[in-house]
Design a protein around this ligand. Structure first.
Ligand SMILES: [Zn+2]
Length: 206
């Protein structure tokens, strides 16, 4: 079984991810074959106090997405770190929305194949929203909406694993119509699963 964790709303003022996970579950119920072979672990509200207050930070005032694997005292992050550790995911996907971006983009880290999953995911999500093609996004060098680095302390697997999971952070343009962001995220998620299943199957035949 391929184990994939999907994490939404680590920034409390980005409810688009929770809504997308709801829609994603509906789609899985309607088309169970989409999830075939996967153990899916969904974490819809990773920052509950920020979600309640509609703030990026948690009520403690911290940006939780800079706290991972820093010996943090933030309880939300401690819980998520132990989940990430115990579940030993093959893939980690996090959902964000960015009010400074006019298009879709994403971060890749971890396993090399992450980028080969994000490319088709952005292509399919592009049916609903444009892509951010800028050469610099959020201060990072980007190519066709893909950033190959990220912030220290982002939600991810413990650094320096010998066999890291694939790690993808999806970002939608937050000022775009909500239903389009939801549709784009669902399209990206289902594409990542389909492509990953395919690449695993091909890999096993080599
Ligand atoms: Zn965010």
């Amino acid at each position: 079984m391929m184990r994939v964790g999907v994490f939404a709303t680590i920034h409390g003022d980005e409810p688009e991810g929770v809504l997308a996970l709801g829609r994603f579950l509906e789609q899985l119920a309607a088309q169970p074959e989409l999830g075939e072979g996967f153990g899916l672990f969904l974490y819809p509200v990773c920052n509950p106090s920020g979600f309640e207050d509609n703030t990026r930070h948690s009520r403690s005032g911290k940006d939780l997405n800079r706290e991972f694997w820093t010996d943090t005292v933030e309880p939300e992050v401690q819980v998520l770190e132990s989940e990430i550790q115990e579940q030993a995911f093959d893939g980690i996907i996090t959902l964000h929305s960015d009010d400074t971006s006019d298009g879709l983009y994403g971060f890749v880290r971890g396993a090399v194949l992450s980028e080969h999953l994000l490319q088709p995911a952005l292509l399919q999500a592009g049916r609903f929203l444009p892509r951010n093609h800028r050469e610099t996004i959020d201060g990072f060098e980007a190519r066709h909406g893909i950033i190959r680095s990220g912030y220290p302390g982002m939600l991810q697997a413990r650094p320096n694993l010998r066999h890291p999971p694939f790690e993808i952070t999806l970002e939608t343009p937050q000022k775009a119509p909500l239903h389009r962001q939801v549709d784009a995220l669902v399209a990206a998620l289902t594409t990542i699963l389909t492509e990953y299943r395919y690449l695993q199957a091909v890999g096993q035949n080599i």
